[in-house]
Design a binder for this molecule. Structure first.
Ligand code: IPM
Ligand code: MG
Length: 398
């Protein structure tokens, strides 16, 4: 048979993939403990600047973080470490999504604040290496991508729980060109991987008194992996009788997010990786653009916080990097502080972001010289955070 060799090669490749995924399942079964951040001294926060506008907006985010946790840093409870080398040039030099020495430094930290990193695609001047984001999520087993979107005047208060280590992403760089004419990619769903993300979403709903979780798949068509995700959701839901749930297909959910009659009814939304990627950009756009959203990548051992947008190399090429909007990174700082237990500081920063970005708007970011610089905006946020009247100011706008 003419294709015998091609088919055998593909089978061999598939066999190796299966072995790796089955080993990953064993690791998931073994990893049951969550890090207790309150017991760490020091709690180490690593900052990776990334590419393009990343180093600029990360610097502003760092300023905010250092200011808000200055007492903890001074007393040695918190340490902030800048980790260099997660740049596209360096990654290409090493031909690794994350160079080994950088990964080793990252693993010495407890939580990471990460600027956007360039994801090479075919046709770019860079070789087509794996995305640093995707690699970090897999390496640190950051299985939950938590993305809040809020538009109070439209009654929108959504919390997305995007599965972050499986689905179409898990083997996104390991598909096969079986022949010149046949390309095959793989999509992965495991019982353990689905259970842990769905459980986290239901836990969040229960803890916050939110009576609604929506599970989104395309299980009518993608029957095995999405089917598994939906079946596991039905099982997990039994453990949360106080939380109502429903299920939606991704296509109609995409439409309903812009349906004014329906959308405020959505609260907590849990979904596989690729659907979560797509729909959270849509949701962020409804909130005012991807530049306004932050994202938490949470695992049991590590967590990483980042902007949801890209590295905007064009802004750097055109000499406009200093005008890049640091808000999504600052929002990531708020999520980071909340995650590690600085809940009150996080709440204050969230309020300051609301005041500066949505209500008071003393400064405007346009991405150009007619708007404020990122540094001016970070100062404005800090001034607002430190305003003794912040709480009442914020309430007045509600
Ligand atoms: C995101 C981004 C990443 C993703 C890219 C940069 C690989 O779009 O965090 O949503 O697809 O997950
Ligand atoms: Mg995305």
């Amino acid at each position: 048979m003419v294709y015998e060799q091609a088919i055998n090669d593909a089978k061999e490749h598939f066999g190796k993939i299966l072995e790796k995924q089955l080993k990953r399942i064993e690791r998931m079964k073994a990893d049951q403990e969550w890090t207790d951040y309150s017991s760490l001294k020091p709690l180490i926060i690593g900052i990776c600047g990334g590419d393009g506008i990343g180093p600029y907006i990360s610097e502003h985010a760092k300023t905010v973080l250092e200011n808000m946790l200055k007492d903890e840093i001074a007393s040695g409870k918190v340490e902030i470490r800048v980790i260099d080398g997660l740049t596209i040039e360096n990654r290409v030099k090493e031909m690794k999504a994350i160079p080994d020495d950088v990964l080793a430094e990252i693993k010495k930290c407890h939580v990471i604040l990460k600027g956007p990193t360039t994801t090479p695609k075919k046709g770019d001047p860079w070789p087509n290496i794996e995305s640093a984001n995707v690699a970090m999520r897999k390496e640190l087993d950051l299985f939950a991508n938590v993305r809040p979107v809020k538009v109070p005047e439209l009654g929108i208060d959504w919390m997305f729980y995007r599965e972050n280590t499986e689905g179409s992403y898990a083997l996104g760089s390991e598909g096969v060109d079986v022949t010149d004419d046949l390309g095959i990619d793989f999509c992965v769903a495991t019982t353990q991987g689905s259970d842990r993300i769905i459980r986290l979403a239901f836990d969040y709903a229960k803890k916050n008194g939110i009576n609604k979780v929506s599970v989104v798949t395309k299980a009518n068509v993608v029957k095995t992996t999405d089917g598994k995700f939906l079946n596991i959701a039905a099982e997990v839901a039994k453990d949360y009788p106080e939380v109502e749930w429903d299920d939606w297909f991704i296509d109609i959910m995409t439409a309903k997010l812009i349906d004014p009659y329906r959308r405020s009814g959505f609260k907590v939304i849990v979904l596989p990786n690729l659907y979560g990627d797509i729909i959270t950009d849509e949701a962020a756009q409804i909130q005012g653009g991807v530049g306004t959203a932050g994202s938490a990548n949470v695992g049991k051992k590590y967590a990483m916080f980042e902007a949801i947008h890209g590295s905007a190399p064009r802004m750097v090429e055109e000499g406009r990097a200093q005008y890049a909007d640091p808000c999504s990174m600052i929002k990531a700082v708020a999520m980071l502080m909340n995650h590690v237990g600085y809940v009150e500081e996080a709440r204050k920063l969230e309020m300051a972001l609301d005041v500066c970005v949505q209500f008071e708007r003393k400064l405007k970011m346009t991405g150009r010289a007619d708007g404020a610089t990122g540094s001016q905006f970070a100062d404005y946020i800090l001034e607002t955070v430190n305003d003794p009247n912040l709480e009442s100011k914020w309430k007045n706008y509600q």
